[in-house]
Design a protein around this ligand. Structure first.
Ligand code: IDP
Ligand code: MG
Length: 166
């Protein structure tokens, strides 16, 4: 089992609905280390850099507004880096499938996520999907000084992305 770091973001719907603690409670049984944690006021540049691969999707603008808290009237998200054996896959498993209605009902998204009557997908949290994405995202959201363990930076110009986004 590889030791991995993975980025988790507790999204604005979870902040708004008072589910921050519940999300952490559901991740805690994984017994991973938290090596970084902070409240972040998400700039447009950071949101766009985070979701850069989804730029062409029809829901991209709404997604940027969602991550920035504009859909829920919230001013921050909680960003965390979890570290430990197979952290990426195990956190994704507990998080559940992207669409709350397709997610396993015992997963975080299945239990706590929803589609609103206005058609907004509220899926509670972000979790890195694979090792390359995890390294890129961690470098985007955290400086090395903010992490309790060294996490390698991705090869894809993470420092450049970071300075652009902040
Ligand atoms: P993931 O978060 O499970 O990795 P991605 O496909 O990477 O899913 O999509 C990133 C985020 O974009 C999702 O978590 C969700 O907030 C949003 N999203 C994905 N698909 C849709 C959609 O069909 N409609 C609205 N929002 C979506
Ligand atoms: Mg994704």
């Amino acid at each position: 089992m590889a030791e991995q770091a993975t980025l988790v973001i507790i999204k604005p719907d979870a902040i708004k609905r008072g589910m921050m603690g519940e999300v952490l409670s559901r991740l805690e049984p994984l017994h991973l280390e938290i090596i970084g944690a902070k409240a972040v006021r998400v700039s447009q540049a950071l949101a766009e850099a985070h979701y850069q691969d989804l730029r062409q999707k029809p829901f991209f603008r709404e997604l940027i507004d969602y991550l920035q808290g504009k859909l829920h009237g919230t001013s921050f998200v909680l960003a965390l880096v979890f570290w430990g054996p197979d952290a990426i896959e195990r956190v994704r498993q507990v998080a559940g499938a992207t669409h709350p209605e397709q997610a396993d009902p015992v997963s975080i998204r299945g239990a706590l996520g929803r589609m609103t009557s206005a058609g907004v997908m509220e899926n509670v949290l972000h979790a890195s999907a694979d090792p390359q994405e995890a390294l890129r995202e961690i470098a985007l959201w955290f400086t090395p000084q903010e992490l309790l363990r060294p996490v390698p930076t991705s090869r894809s110009g993470s420092i450049r992305i970071r300075s652009k986004a902040r």
